[in-house]
Design a protein around this ligand. Sequence first.
Ligand code: AMP
Length: 362
Amino acid sequence: MAGNGVAPLAPGGTIGILGGGQLGRMTALAAARLGYRVHVFCPEPDSPTAQVSAAATVGPYTDAAALARFAAAVDVATFEFENIPLAAVRAVAERVCLRPGLAALQIAQDRLREKDFLAGIGIPTTAYRGVGGAVALAAAVADMGGPCVLKTVRMGYDGKGQVRIDDAASASAAWSEMGSDSGIVEALVDFACEVSVVLARGADGRIARYVPVENRHVDHILATTVVPAALSPDVQERAGVIAERIAEALDLVGLLATEMFVTRDGAVLVNEIAPRPHNSGHWTIDACAVSQFEQLVRAVCGLTLGAPERHADAVMENLIGDAVMRWPDLIADPAARLHLYGKAEVRPGRKMGHVTRLVSRR
Ligand code: AMP
């Protein structure tokens, strides 16, 4: 079962979330505010999501019996990150309504399939090729010309498994460094800025779209989101329309984040998509009447979506690794809205929390 044709789930029902990170945690908090219960499934005990959920199943994603028990205990299910093994998600989708459905997840899990899907629906991306070895990589780089980025096809996030490659001669070293047996090589985009559009699509097909935001990365990890992105109205609209077209082509019910490059001449190229809550949408908790997390709850439960308009501009800063130690100062700052994820261990590169500052629109 998936998608449409399922009766709305009234408050009091139980939403199952596959994955136990901060995205699940903030979804669970939004669900609780609307009177729903959350049951999380993830391998780690005491996960950020489990800490704020009514129930948790802790087990590996390969535990078929545990997945079946989880599916039997929930009324509807969703997932909070895309690297959950597809077989686990399928096992749940066979038993209970899963939103978004498997198709969106399958595409987002595989960078090559994702780019092919986008090309197939006429959405512009940077030039790319699938490559299965160093020789094919060298040929692709020579053919594409100019600097490229080699990425793993699967399991890549926050720049993991990515190698810049300047010429065909360095293909062999780049291939070994990537450390996977399937890659995608992309022409490096000389972008003016990186933006994203987060939208929700309801079971009735209606879309609630947040304003495009600018994302600034440090070491390939999102550091800051500036709301709104400083784009001309025309580019802003094109970015929004691209995101809507993707959601419609996927027949997605839930959230979709579309990450894009805006080039210096105003072209909008899609980098990647994520059919789940997104770090670049965290600002919506503090600056909008209805956050991305509440929209997800509404969509998976088959309810009407809320208004995506913002009541303030905002700057969201991630607290990565040791930066979380600044929490006493942030707590004391009346302009800062602090969100901590309940992660006991601080590790370099680990997202520990975020802080949003609202900026008056007048
Ligand atoms: P990704 O994991 O694909 O989101 O890549 C992480 C970050 O690496 C992006 O947000 C960009 O800053 C950078 N990046 C990825 N692909 C490209 C590309 N083709 N051209 C330029 N920068 C890129």
